[in-house]
Ligand binder design. Structure first.
Ligand SMILES: [Zn+2]
Ligand SMILES: [Zn+2]
Length: 253
């Protein structure tokens, strides 16, 4: 079975700190390959509590889009999960170089448990079991930040746009995506802050025209404005099936 499970949908700081939404990242199971993306604080709690149970003994990889705490808080404990407490050397960590260098978010001692660390570069393909993960351009987010497109036999192309300021090259980088996951922190534009707002996300979606777009990584303003009640309006505006993710949401394909 191929599916994506949104363990957490929290963006910005206050939604994370107060756990208004969980900050537990996104789980992918595709063609027998399992990996977690951006395991923020609380991932270890959510992956153990969620039902149906996730195959925690069969995690192939952990993907870190960037080093910020809401994405990396539980990366070390997830390495322990993937490697069965560090006793089984296995699995791949994919992350930008600055997650490993000065003030690293991945501890030296947990790195030793891994089979491999893939240092993310722009527009590069990485093989994980029987899927391929291709990074996009470096996003504009104040630290090295990479989204991806996933390719595997008989599955739609799945794109993930993590935190970024809007810039036009994003559209080119994620074109041909069938299912597009997009991090939308703000309801309205806030100058000088390196995050997407709703209108910018909708511009990207209208230009790329995926079969399905999933909004996630919400800040306070997206929740206050009840983004989940605006799905129909957004569908009409963009002509695309756009849904707002919620904690525990599963998308099958
Ligand atoms: Zn974030
Ligand atoms: Zn960030």
């Amino acid at each position: 079975m191929n599916y994506i499970k949104f363990l957490g949908t929290a963006g910005a700081r206050f939604v994370m700190i107060k756990q208004v939404r969980a900050s537990a990242g996104i789980w992918f199971s595709i063609n027998e390959t399992n990996f977690i993306v951006d395991p923020g604080p609380g991932t270890i709690v959510r992956i153990n509590k969620t039902r149906p149970k996730l195959p925690l003994d069969k995690i192939n990889a952990i993907y870190l889009s960037h080093r910020h705490l809401d994405h990396s808080g539980d990366v070390n404990v997830m390495i322990e999960v993937m490697t069965e407490g560090g006793f089984k050397k296995r699995g791949i960590l994919l992350c930008p170089e600055d997650a490993l260098k000065d003030d690293p978010v991945v501890f030296q001692y947990t790195r030793k448990f891994l089979d491999k660390i893939e240092i993310l570069k722009p527009n590069t393909r990485y093989k994980v079991n029987n899927i391929e993960i291709e990074t996009g351009i470096n996003q504009n987010h104040g630290c090295e930040t990479y989204g991806f497109k996933i390719y595997s036999e008989k599955i739609p192309i799945i794109g993930y746009i993590p935190d970024t300021q809007y810039f036009s090259q994003i559209i080119d980088s994620y074109k041909n995506t069938d299912i597009l996951i997009i991090s939308v922190v703000f309801y309205e534009k806030r100058d000088g802050i390196l995050h997407l707002c709703l209108s910018e996300a909708l511009n990207i979606i209208s230009a790329i025209r995926p079969k399905k777009a999933i909004l996630t990584h919400f800040g306070t303003s997206m929740l206050k404005n009840k983004i989940w009640e605006k799905q129909e309006e957004i569908k009409e505006k963009t002509g695309v099936d756009v849904i707002a993710a919620y904690d525990g949401m599963i998308v099958n394909f």
